[in-house]
Design a protein around this ligand. Sequence first.
Ligand code: TMP
Length: 194
Amino acid sequence: MYIAFEGVDTVGKSTQIESLAKLFPDALVTKEPGGTELGKKIRTILLEEGNLLPRSEILLFLADRSEHTERVVRPNLNRLILSDRSFISGIAYAHVHDDIEIDTLLQLNRFATADLFPEHIVLFHIDEKSLRERMGRKSSDAIETRGIEYMIQVQKIMEELVDLLNIDHIKIDASEPAESITEKLYSYIKDCQA
Ligand code: TMP
């Protein structure tokens, strides 16, 4: 079962994945970008070097996604897969950055994944004030430097996408205590597995 964790930076996706991995010791924990050997190199180019043309950036994220889907996700669909990000980030960040139509981005993502999308999405929501505070406390990568307005728009598109695509999902308020989020997600995953 393939579950993707989505939301803008600092919402607590990795913390939750780490806690859930302890509760589901057989789970495969992975991420985009950077879940494969090539993906790690692509991640460095995208986030540390930066300064790419918007379409080159999209194509590199898609190359990462293709490697990740075929080499990590597809061979392990019989296991619980907890992935930090997926095509939802792929579409939302690209749509807001370069104004490319959602339909076009969807087709590109279908091509990259050969139609394999997550079965369930955990979608985090953060209010603007908390996002500002959390972003102020950390250094930004090449994409985060686009600022708070950008990330708030990305979040809105993510929310629209999960509804539009009709993918089973749970929405999480990032301001809740981490332990109660973990409890909620534990029950959600158990229900998905039932
Ligand atoms: P993270 O792994 O620390 O979340 O960083 C990944 C960054 O890349 C984050 O700012 C979101 C961004 N991103 C895209 O712009 N497009 C994508 O397709 C993906 C997967 C991530």
